[in-house]
Ligand binder design. Structure first.
Ligand code: SF4
Length: 454
């Protein structure tokens, strides 16, 4: 399944199906989450988990600080050059972790720990050490816990990478995005190929088990030829994993996105062609195409997991860790605990104020009802296993199953007696197919359309 060769897709298919769908990092899109779910509700959910000590955890820590803003950035970030703000943030994080650990009964295995941002490696050595030690004090981080960190290659050094490795981080993701100078100028992020090579080889020599690159397609000034150069340069290095995200312009996330010239963005069809290039280039180079948008070498555990039907996707992307509960810490952090989606306050000031008042800093959440859970499971199955068993849909999702089966006429799915299989052509439009199972997509459709066309 993972090694399926890329297929040709027709211009007609591109024109018909190349619309944006959600990235599916969450069970239910955020517009459906409400402020009616608050810190007291979250506390009750965490207490309920405490009754089941055998259930494992996945932890995410959001570190929002960056020294400057990239124009494409849609993350929750705070630009600062004042390191004492990071220290105060860590103080608040420590309180937040203490509150959560006391409620959830933290004497249970942590399978996955991920530091994201922002720029986690903008923290200095003392701050990175303090953060890791505070996590180890509050939670059961094991020697085989999958510890990973997002890293800005412009802000790292051999010394920092050695420290991260010594602290137990074995998987590192570098934000590469695009290596062509005209694209980098258009997105306000300059980092040379030589820098990426140096940082990559430093990480290899230090011994990180998995080195991953993030790329973005659909950026201003990107052409098929320019993107091919980026793909070729990346493949020459052979990182273990590459994720190819589609740029989604969301001006509501900050005025900086207005600095991107919409007339220089590839069209929806051109975006799809760029992604097709990525699929062809990586699979030709021996990578397996994982789920929606990731690529992994045969030696990587994601490839094996996909082949064996053991692939999962959570807020941090594809993973082999089947944890029951994902807990987020820090501003705007998202989690999913016992079938409840939760998000922390996105405002740094408000998040800190709630913690200082002794409250869990929850801004909004959503309790998944039975149908939500079935939709979640159906979408997860499609984006991980590239099929939908009929028994996952029978009953409340019959209409969606029938609509999805209708794509057989377009060659995007194959109808078997007991399941629908996504065809090689259908993989390119997997997000579009998943929206058939996404009751909340209509709510979000205006936003996605807006972000694509402006
Ligand atoms: S480094 Fe990452 S989080 Fe920071 S501004 Fe750039 S894209 Fe956003």
């Amino acid at each position: 399944m993972s090694s399926a060769a890329p297929t040709e897709i027709s211009p007609e298919q591109l024109a018909q199906f190349a619309r944006l769908g959600p990235q599916y990092p969450r069970s239910v899109p955020m517009p459906a989450w409400t402020a009616g779910f608050d810190g007291a509700d979250y506390a009750a959910v965490l207490r309920s988990v405490a009754e089941r000590p055998e259930e494992t955890l996945s932890l995410y820590v959001h570190l929002p600080f960056c020294p400057g803003r990239c124009l494409y950035c849609g993350c929750n970030t705070t630009i600062t050059h004042d390191s004492s703000r990071v220290d105060r943030y860590l103080d608040a994080l420590e309180h937040e972790m203490a509150m959560v650990a006391a409620l959830v009964d933290s004497d249970r295995d942590v399978l996955q720990l991920h530091l994201g941002g922002g720029t986690p490696n903008y923290l200095n050595d003392a701050q990175l050490t303090r953060l890791t030690e505070m996590l180890e004090r509050r939670f059961r981080i094991l020697s085989d816990t999958d510890q990973s960190i997002e890293c800005d290659p412009r802000r790292t050094s051999a010394g920092q990478l050695e420290l991260l490795h010594a602290l137990g981080y074995r998987r590192i993701t570098f934000g590469v995005q695009d290596l062509e100078p005209q694209v980098q100028r258009a997105i306000g992020r300059i980092q040379s190929v030589e820098l990426i090579r140096d940082v990559y080889w430093m990480a290899r020599e230090i011994g990180f088990e998995t080195i991953a690159f993030d790329l973005i397609y659909g950026l201003p000034e990107q052409t098929q030829d320019s993107f091919q150069k980026t793909l070729d340069a990346v493949i020459e290095l052979l990182p273990d994993r590459v994720t190819c995200f589609g740029y989604s312009r969301v001006p509501g996330r900050g005025p900086h996105q207005h600095a991107i010239d919409v007339h220089r963005l590839p069209s929806a069809v051109d975006r799809q062609i760029l992604f097709h290039r990525a699929v062809q280039s990586f699979t030709d180079a021996g990578y397996a195409w994982i789920g929606l948008d990731a690529f992994a070498l045969d030696t990587d555990e994601l490839t094996q997991a996909q082949d064996e039907g053991r692939l999962f996707r959570n807020c941090t992307g594809y993973t082999t860790c089947p944890t029951a509960h994902s807990i987020g810490f820090g501003t705007g952090a998202v989690g999913e605990v016992a079938g409840n989606c939760v998000q922390n306050e996105t405002s740094l000031r408000q998040w800190q104020a709630l913690i200082e008042a002794g409250q869990l800093p929850i801004a909004r959440g959503h309790r998944l009802n039975l149908t939500d859970r079935r939709r979640r499971d159906a979408i997860a199955h499609m984006i991980c296993n590239l099929e939908l068993p009929a028994d996952l849909a029978c009953g409340s999702l019959d209409d969606e199953y029938a609509r999805l089966a209708g794509y057989a006429a377009d060659g995007l799915v194959e109808v078997a007696p007991d399941r629908l299989r996504i065809t090689p052509a259908g993989r390119y439009f997997l997000r579009t197919l998943c929206t058939e199972h996404d009751a909340y997509f209509a709510w979000d459709r205006a936003r996605w359309h807006f972000s694509r066309t402006l």
